[in-house]
Design a protein around this ligand. Structure first.
Ligand code: 3EB
Length: 345
């Protein structure tokens, strides 16, 4: 694997202006000038090249496309290394820690999640970036098992136990996505951490996920709806997986059109909440310099959802990835998450 030589981490040179850049492309692009790959999400079935440190195969496939790469480029040196089962990419402003382990059956998934998260949190603790900003969770058969035995609920228990063991309270939970792959894949969790503070944001239309009532499982999902982190010259705004939930209830079961509208309403509300803490207009949150992922359970809904999302976004449809995936509540048909970079000063 392409591990670079050890470098002196006490002396990361500062990044260039516009430290971070996020691209979405059908092929793996060459690095833009003066930039290094911090993290590349690969959506698609192709085995990625082993010569690309930072590349993560998510197990999730695009709709009507073979491959998509969402690349996070950093304008400064990035150190890639492996510690135990974790891969670390570290630069002056961020650390990305990735873990991929063998899948487990629903009955073993709570323990698998607890172990994975314990090692993941320990590994983040070994970087210079103590503040966890975001998690991306991908695993197969997310809706397998009934009621509290369902794999997603078992995942939520294991994650809550690992957070508790590390003293991570609800006040500091990061943004997150938890999504099921359609085909079998490794259990993959990616953590983004920073030396800069993470400011989390909730959606006034929704009960905070960590306060969901018992109906949705014995332990609540530990994530914030959105948030932002300011690096020297930029703000990174992050929107967690967002679906047609009002209060704590799933809306419009079986009606993808209304779920799509409701999801976009939630994105609108989150954009307003982010605009209150970030240096940006609500209208701009999902406009330029943003990337969004639309997870669709039934590929037959693609045309409708795409039309609806494009009308909502107006601006740059090329930065939206449409992916075929399972959402953590079985009655939900679509979920959307997003990231945006805002230049400061
Ligand atoms: C929801 O709002 C939908 O468990 O980490 C969205 C984003 C969802 C993250 C997670 C779950 C998670 O409850 C599901």
């Amino acid at each position: 694997m392409g591990n670079s030589a050890p470098i002196d981490r006490s002396a990361f040179p500062a990044a260039t202006r516009d430290s971070l850049q996020i691209t979405l492309t059908a092929g793996l692009p060459a690095a833009p000038p003066d930039r290094n790959l911090l993290l590349a999400f690969h959506f698609g079935n192709r085995v990625p090249g082993s010569d690309s440190p930072g590349m993560v195969n998510t197990g999730i496939d695009p709709i009507l496309q073979d491959d998509l790469y969402e690349c996070w480029w950093y304008g400064g040196p990035v150190d890639h290394r492996e510690v135990g089962n974790a891969r670390i990419a570290e630069c002056d402003d961020f650390a990305v820690v990735t873990m991929q382990v063998a899948d487990a059956a629903p009955g073993g998934f709570r323990a698998a999640t607890r172990y994975l998260y314990a090692e993941l949190l320990d590994t983040v603790g070994q970087t210079r970036h103590p503040n966890i900003v975001r998690f991306w969770n991908y695993f197969s058969n997310i809706n397998l098992g009934e009621e509290d035995d369902e794999k997603y609920r078992q995942f939520s228990i294991g994650r809550a136990e690992a957070f508790e063991a590390r003293g991570l309270t609800d006040e500091v939970v990061p943004a997150a996505t938890a999504i099921g792959s359609v085909r079998d894949c490794d259990f993959t969790v990616i953590a983004l951490a920073s030396k800069h503070a993470f400011h989390n944001v909730e959606n006034p239309r929704q009960v905070s996920a960590y306060r969901y009532p018992r109906d949705y499982g014995p332990r609540s999902p530990k994530f914030s709806r959105a948030g932002c982190v300011s690096i020297d010259d930029q703000q990174l705004l992050l929107i967690s997986g967002t679906a047609a939930i009002i209060g704590h209830e799933s809306m419009h079961a079986g009606n993808v059109k209304l779920q799509c509208e409701e999801t976009l309403n939630n994105l609108r509300k989150l954009s307003e909440a982010l605009a209150d803490v970030g240096d940006v207009d609500a209208d701009a949150v999902l406009d330029t310099d943003s990337v969004a992922r639309v997870y669709i359970r039934n590929p037959a809904d693609f045309d409708y959802v795409k039309t609806c999302v494009e009308a909502f976004l107006g601006g740059r449809p090329d930065t939206v990835a449409y992916l075929n995936a399972h959402i953590c509540r079985r009655e939900l048909q679509i979920e959307i998450d997003a990231a945006k970079l805002v230049r400061q000063g």
